[in-house]
Design a protein around this ligand. Sequence first.
Ligand code: GDP
Ligand code: MN
Length: 385
Amino acid sequence: MNLHEYQTKARFAEYGIPITRGKTATTPQGVYEIARELGGSVVVKAQVLAGGRGKAGGVKVAHTPEAAEEVASKIIGMTIKNLIVRRVLVDPAVNIASEIYLGIVNDRSSGKPVMMASAEGGVEIEIVAHEKPEAIIREQIDPFLGLLDYQARNLASGINLPHEHWKAFTKIATNLFKCYSASDAVLAEVNPLVITKENQLLALDGKMVIDDNALFRHIDLADMRDTDAEPIEETQARAAGITYVKLNGQIGCMVNGAGLAMTTMDMTKLYGGESIGPANFLDIGGGAQASKVAAALRIILSDPNVKSVLFNIFGGITRGDEVARGILQALDEVKTNIPMVIRLAGTNAEEGRVLIDAAKVPNLVSAATLTEAAKKAVEAARGAI
Ligand code: GDP
Ligand code: MN
């Protein structure tokens, strides 16, 4: 889950990372009030879950409350990377001397968090990584020890940070790791971390991505979710207790178990080749209540790219005949002509297949193996496009 800049910076402040203290508003009038309250120049910043807002015209400095209201009226309602700006952050403007990048991500190859710093701050780090990889200095962090002072100094020296800022930098880097770790984040970055003309270090922009699987123990963070930036189907799926990720293929996959869902997607790609593939990842979880199957089916079918549906269900504690009944009941509720293939395996699979065959749903065929099911689903999708 991505946090907005204003949410991230509020979190940073709790961990002692220096930020400019602004406020958010959803109307130009609200921006005017905040700007008047803050006094002096302000920066008005679009709060959308996308990078490169500056380049897109979503970050503007204004010297009077009237000017702030004026720029806000342009920023609120504008579209940045397909996202409509509904809220802006109004921060006291800062006189920037230089911009640094500082961030932490989970590094899968080492199985550790890695902190990265670069003197090339302000621009998207992916661009720096691509064009000038030597400009990024890295330190692997032992999660049990946290970031050690010498590591922060290595980073500071690696980016040629003037010595007078090393102490403040070390504190910010240490606190950024604490914030990252305590928030169960998979990414935390400050870009830019600026040196002001008054010689202060300040986190001017912040971004955090929280591990969705840890949100159950961060109710406060979970409440910050902005569903604007995700496909509507994913929001509906979460409400129904289904794990769903929209993809770009044509075969809707309805599977129980995450591993089996991944395998199912791989199989559709294996037989689908370049042009046909999975339309989604979907793990319906345990149980087979018709209501949940129906909710999942509705979500799958709401994707106009879907040309066939593949059910791949492994009966364990949930028996195959229960699943079959759930699916049949769901098909009663959700009318569709899209071809569907079902592969049932495990406990009471045979009983389940008998039920499916007896129901004689015209657009539903069963398959004995996953290979057969995947081939049939691919064939049906190919026939439809
Ligand atoms: P992003 O483009 O989405 O990453 O948004 P940022 O918050 O990083 O802002 C983009 C750029 O706007 C920064 O790199 C700065 O150069 C500039 N900027 C942001 N806030 C201020 C400010 O208070 N004063 C000045 N002069 N520039 C700012
Ligand atoms: Mn930025």
